[in-house]
Design a protein around this ligand. Sequence first.
Ligand SMILES: [Fe+2]
Length: 308
Amino acid sequence: MALVTIPVESLLEKRRPRSDTQAREWCAQLEAGEILFFPRTPIEFAVGDLEFLLGQQQTDSSLHKNIAYKPGQDALSGVDTKSAEAAAVMRLQLIMRWYSAAVEGFLSGFLTPYARRWKLDYASFRPQEEEGRDLALRKRNDLLHTDAFPTRPTHGARILRFFNNIHPTRTRDWVVGDPFATVVKEFAPEQIRPAPDNALSRAAKGLGRAVGLGAAIPSIKRSPYDDFMMRFHNFLKENARFQAECAKYPWQFPAGSSWMVYTDTVPHAVLAGQYALEQTLLVEPEALVAPETSPLKVLEGIAGRALV
Ligand SMILES: [Fe+2]
């Protein structure tokens, strides 16, 4: 597992435009399960906005945990609007709207081979201390896992996440594992792998979609690929042997840094840290520069059939 360090100074050199070769290499490194690390974030925050975010405390009576911003709807969720002041909620929404656009703008010029062939998914603000959080097992962040979203199947699109550690002094402490292709072959048992094609279940799902049950029953909206990725997420968190025996690589991301990684490929856990921002993009399978390394193609190779 490698960390590819990119000095922000090299990104700001406008006189020497980066070559397509370099941009393709960054995409290929990400797709292969490496982390691109920016010791100094390329996202330029206004000082007042940072101070506002760092002023949000973890209490039940104000802006609180797992605050998500949905760019498509320009809406915040996870904010306790009953007790938080309306002006603070409004300011947080403005900051998240700006952050979401700033990250997408940066990535548009940085990962040029993708040519914006992605869906801008949620952004999040994580003001809570990660160490010692009391969460249900499947929601725990400190257990190694690959990402899958229970209510937002991707149908093969890749989950690319861009992070900012905005804490003024502390590192954000991660552990990552070997990429998907290695882990799935080493740890996924037969019973959780994609089931053989079944004409009856396909017909039932097709009928369900036709009568509009997809919104009510999330599993119907999921492809066999999404079903597997969700099972795999749960399996990894619940599997003591995997948690104990898998390869582990610790990384500490300093205050003021950024990093990005395909979190559907790279098992990851966050052990400690407070105050982070994150933006998720769902990259279309057709945009990938090395699709053969994607979880979808790896799984289809194992299953011997198409999974979306
Ligand atoms: Fe995750």
